[in-house]
Each structure stands twice: as C-alpha cells, then as structure tokens.
Design a binder for this molecule. Structure first.
Ligand SMILES: *Cc1c(COP(=O)(O)O)cnc(C)c1O
Length: 395
C-alpha cells in the first residue's frame, strides 16, 4: 500500500487546480499568438488578457488599468519598492517597513539602504502586530513610502491594514502592502483601505508559478522595472505570460466565488488543530495572533526539540510541513519573524508551520496532530535539555 501524502505547506505553494489547468491549456498550443500582433489569434489573446485583468481588478475593488502583471510576488515587491524609491527620491529618502516582512521586501530594503535610502524597520508585538502609534511616530518630513505586509507568511498574523492606510493617507505617504498570503483569504478593498500598491502571486492561490501582479493606484508615479516593449501600458515590458495570466485569473475567479465558505472550512480545521496541539502537547505555544489570523495558518513552538528534526520525522510519515519560510529553511538562523515576536533562539528553533488547503479535512488534521504527539515525545525522550528540565521539576 502506498503511503498517503498529507500536504500541509500551502503557504509555500499550492497545486494548480484542474479547472485552472484546463483554462490555460489552449493558450500553450492553438491559441499561441503574441497578444501584440494584429491578426485574429493574437487579437483574441489580447481580449483574453483584458478579461483576466477585469476579474483581478474586481477582486480588490479597483479598475483594470491599475493592474500590472508581473513574474510573481517577489517581482511585484521589488518593483513597488525600487521604483517608488526612485520616483519619489527627490522628495525624500525615508522608507518605513517592519521586521517581519518576507525576504522579497527585506532584502530589497537592504539594497535600498546601500543606495542611500534611510529605512525604519518597525517592531511588532508578541503576536506579530504592528503598533499604529509607533508607525505614526516614525513618519517624517522625508518619508516617501510605507510597506507593511497584509498578512505574515510564517505566523499568519493579519495586520491592521485599513488603519495603516488611514495613517499613510493622513500624512500623504504612499502605502504598499505585500498581500501574497492574504489575497483571496481575506476580503481586500484597496479603496476602502487606502492602499496605493499591492503585490500578489499566482502560485499561492492554486494558480501557476511565475505569474503575479502589482496593483498601482492611478497617479502613483512609479516607472518600469523591466524596459523593452509597450506591454502593460509601458510599465512592464516583455511578451505577456498569456498562459500564466489566464491561469491566475481563473484561480482568482474560483477563489473569490467560494471565499466565505472555503475560508470558513479552513478556519474550522485550523482551530481544531490549534486546540488539540495546545491541549495535548505540553510546553508548546501558538505563534501569531489568535484572532487576527489567516484561516489556514497554524504555527507552534515546542520546547526542547528542533524544528528541523520534527520536519524530517513528519516527512518520513508522509507529511509535508515547514519550519519557517521556505527561503530560510536550509539555513541555521532561526526565523527573523519568530525572533521579532520575542521568542528566544532555542524556542524559535523548535517551531513548525502547518498551512492547510481548501481540501484539508479534520481527519487530515487529526492524523498530523497524532503524529506530532508521537514525534515530539520521541524527540524529547532523546533530549538532554528535556531530561534536565524534568529532573529539576521532580526534585
Ligand atoms: C511567497 C511570498 C512572496 C514571493 O512570491 P513569489 O511569487 O514566490 O515570488 C512574497 N511575499 C510573501 C508574503 C509570500 O508568502
């Protein structure tokens, strides 16, 4: 009997839905025309892209001319920050972000620091939330941009985006948000939330990899990051990734059509896993905010054990999970997010992220929790730290 595979790493990537693949297929073969050409098959593709752009614009309550397709979330983040820094660099050189951003933001900020920009990295509280008063205090005469993620990819905390948007607007500072994890999981209205730029990615929402978009509010002055042809209203050159665009729009349409029902189901599975882990594994803690939390995120620290060892044993039981962001695993540094919420190194090291998908069941959750209980007990029994701890508490 082949072992069942339980995938609980949907924040790292998702499979392409079959409806999405079906929608994409004709664009690889018979509908292969370059959308910039003038004959029939190309004009049809141009129309298909126009329709896709409308679906996506609708999903965040904006108009299609504010949507720019990119090569994914990282490109959107890079574009927003670098191009805004350049366009508004004469007005000022100060940019505000947080300590818990994805590396696509943080490493871009480091690059900008080398280019002479002045960065403020806001602290977050023990649940990963930005402090609004601190944000407002950090704004200066020369602040040109605030970039704060909509929801964190490791601990699932959802930031107070609407309040941040109000503060940015009040001080006339641009507001960008990395919404890669929040998109289609949480309702987003860029008008109501005063968002000037927003990044999203296809492969986190059951669409293909290598496609994403940047929403840029009309009037924001940023220039192209990729120079060349006149695609994307001269702001992002290169022959359109037609299959990717079609796939992403299909994924968005499916996700928006069932958002309430789907996220309700995910939340129930999430809460079930959180409750069982809290009750059944001693010396553990939930990371991230309990209430302002993505419907699909569970992140736990288990004392006296190594996250990497847990992952290896989970893997040998057919369970895919993660110990932080996919980009940081493989390095020995604990996650910058877990350190930012105040976890000591040794506890941050014993952390596991489980992110569920739209087909994950309560039974899948129970299976993973049961295995985790076994694995952690086994690892703790081999841990000298745990042995010392138990001895001290018995004497
Ligand atoms: C995955 C992710 C990205 C990067 O998106 P890609 O499409 O993989 O480049 C950026 N930000 C967050 C919060 C993410 O989770």
């Amino acid at each position: 009997m082949s072992k069942k595979l339980i995938y609980m790493d949907y924040a790292a990537t998702t499979p392409v839905k079959s409806e999405v693949l079906q929608a994409m297929m004709p664009y690889f073969t018979e509908k292969f025309g370059n959308p910039s050409s003038i004959y029939g098959i190309s004009a049809e593709n141009k129309k298909a892209i126009t329709d896709a752009r409308e679906v996506i614009a609708h999903s965040i309550h904006t108009s299609p001319e504010n949507i720019y397709f990119t090569g994914g979330g990282s490109e959107s983040d890079n574009w927003a920050l670098k191009a805004a820094a350049e366009a508004y660099g004469t007005k000022g050189k100060h940019i505000i972000t947080t300590k818990i951003e994805h590396h696509a933001i943080l490493h871009t900020c480091e690059y900008l620091e080398k280019k002479g920009y002045d960065l403020t990295y806001l602290d977050v509280d023990e649940n990963g939330l930005v402090n609004l008063e601190e944000l407002e205090k950090a704004i200066r005469e020369d602040t040109i941009l605030i970039s704060i993620m909509f929801a964190n990819n490791e601990i699932g905390t959802i930031e107070p985006i609407e309040e941040i948007g109000k503060i940015a607007r009040k001080h006339n500072v641009l507001f960008h948000t990395d919404a890669v994890q929040a998109y289609t999981q949480v309702p987003i209205d860029v008008e109501k939330m005063n968002i000037d730029m927003l990044s999203a990615s296809g492969h986190k929402i059951y669409g293909p990899k290598g496609i994403g978009f940047l929403y840029i509010r009309k009037g924001v002055k940023i220039k192209s990051l990729i120079h060349g042809g006149a695609q994307e209203r001269r702001r992002r050159a290169g022959t359109e990734n037609v299959t990717g665009i079609i796939g992403m729009a299909k994924a968005v349409q499916l996700a928006m059509d069932n958002m309430e029902e789907r996220t309700g189901r995910e939340t129930a599975v999430r809460n079930h896993i959180i409750e069982r882990l809290s009750k059944e594994i001693p010396y553990s803690r939930l990371n991230g905010d309990k209430v302002h939390r993505l419907p699909n995120n569970v992140n736990f620290s288990f004392q006296f054990v190594e996250g990497e060892s847990i992952l290896i044993l989970l893997d040998s039981n057919g369970i895919c999970a993660s110990s932080g962001s996919a980009c940081t695993s493989g390095s020995l540094d604990p996650s910058h997010v877990l350190l930012a919420i105040g976890l000591p190194h040794e506890i941050a090291h014993g952390s596991v992220r489980l992110t569920i998908g739209d087909e994950t069941t309560i039974e899948d959750g129970d299976f993973v929790v049961d295995k985790l209980i076994e694995i952690i007990e086994r690892l703790r029994n081999m841990s000298p730290l745990y042995e010392d701890f138990v001895k001290k508490h018995q004497s």
